[in-house]
Design a binder for this molecule. Structure first.
Ligand SMILES: *Cc1c(COP(=O)(O)O)cnc(C)c1O
Length: 362
């Protein structure tokens, strides 16, 4: 028997989350962001749930190829554009739309031999200072692109650094509006947080990622339930041993947890080599047989320990939900676990280890 650990991808939750996002921006077209192998879910595994999107946005040419191989004929956008000249061959062959964020990418386009003009998203650096042309250079970049026979339509795009706050979004939006004023073309500004919190922004194309995967972009201010989002990934493992502790007994490496009363402890077949964060301290929530309990002591490579006090009926073979939806329907928010680990749900999803078997459910 394989180690009793499994991740489940919930197809219907992807469908429902996408609909939920759409209800905020009914007139926009939606890029389902599937970079980082669909935030760790697997592009192949989310495709059925996300094919109601208007396009797929991603980073990697191999991911774009995957989406085409799955039969997707609609728009595909490379969020960082091309990395070298010959990437443009594949853009032509696979009909990919691509971001243009720097002069070098315009040079590559100018040198590209094609009779299939490209659809590009010109990126403005409106304050994030990661990618894009600064406002003073934006128009000349647009003019240069617009003069190229290799370029068909030019859209405008920027990315928010503080999409959960109001002043940050307003400031970047003002920069964006000023830089793109009077220029023809569609606009794309909103990520998940902007779609949910600022759904009045003018964005012909929105780019939600994390919301589609059922996590609140502005946790802990709001929860996924507040936004009507459902978990799309469950990580579950079984209890493979039970220990009966006496007062003064300790659990795990470093003996960081010390029992102050007799208690039962379950050893779970999940550790940091499965993608469960080692930084989760004693007290991180888990569901044992669908009921809330907590971790005890340090997370080790292949195992972690949980308190069986609140679940006296649980024992060897009981299911422990590390995040997501338990068999009885109860949900443990991945955001809650991520917060305990001092990180974000994004990182936990992306870090799901390759050794964990993944099942796709309806
Ligand atoms: C990752 C990414 C997104 C999606 O962000 P979420 O916070 O997951 O919604 C949108 N736009 C760009 C440019 C990105 O890189």
């Amino acid at each position: 028997m394989p180690r009793p650990i499994q991740a489940t991808i919930h197809t219907q939750a992807l469908v429902d989350n996408l609909n939920r996002v759409r209800s905020h921006v009914p007139d926009a077209r939606i890029w389902a962001v599937v970079k980082a192998n669909a935030y760790g879910h697997g592009i192949d595994r989310v495709f059925a749930g996300l094919r109601g999107a208007d396009g797929f946005a991603l980073l990697d040419l191999a991911e774009a190829q995957r989406v085409r191989d799955l039969g997707w004929r609609g728009p595909v956008l490379l969020l960082e554009g091309v990395f070298e000249q010959r990437d443009l061959e594949l853009c032509s062959r696979l009909d990919l739309w691509h971001t243009v964020h720097c002069e070098q990418q315009i040079d590559m386009l100018a040198a590209h031999k094609t009779n299939l003009p490209q659809r590009v998203f010109l990126k403005l650096n409106s304050g994030m200072n990661r990618l894009g042309f600064v406002p003073a250079q934006y128009r000349s970049a647009w003019t240069r692109l617009n003069a190229l026979p290799q370029v068909d339509e030019i859209s405008h795009m920027t990315h928010f650094s503080d999409a959960d706050g109001v002043p940050g979004v307003q400031k970047q939006m003002a920069v964006f509006d000023a830089a793109t004023r009077d220029l023809p073309g569609e606009r794309s500004v909103s990520n998940s947080a902007a779609v949910l919190r600022h759904d009045g922004l003018a964005s012909d194309w929105v780019r939600p990622g994390i919301a589609v995967y059922g996590s609140a972009p502005d946790y802990p201010e709001h929860t996924a339930a507040h936004w009507g989002l459902q978990p799309t990934m469950t990580l579950e493992a079984k209890i493979i041993a039970v220990q009966n502790l006496l007062p003064g007994d300790t659990v795990g490496y470093g003996s960081s947890f010390v029992a102050d009363a007799p208690m039962r402890v379950g050893t779970v077949a999940c550790g940091y080599a499965d993608g469960y964060p080692r930084t989760c301290p004693t007290g991180t929530p888990v569901l044992v047989d669908g009921l809330r309990s907590r971790t005890l002591g340090r997370v080790s490579m292949d195992m972690l320990s949980v308190d069986l006090t609140p679940v006296p009926q649980a024992g060897q073979g009981s299911s422990v939900t590390l995040w997501g939806r338990a068999g009885n329907g109860h949900v443990l928010d991945i955001d809650e676990v991520a917060a305990q680990a001092g990180t974000l749900s994004y990182e936990l999803m992306c870090a799901l280890a390759a050794r964990v078997p993944v099942e796709v459910s309806e």
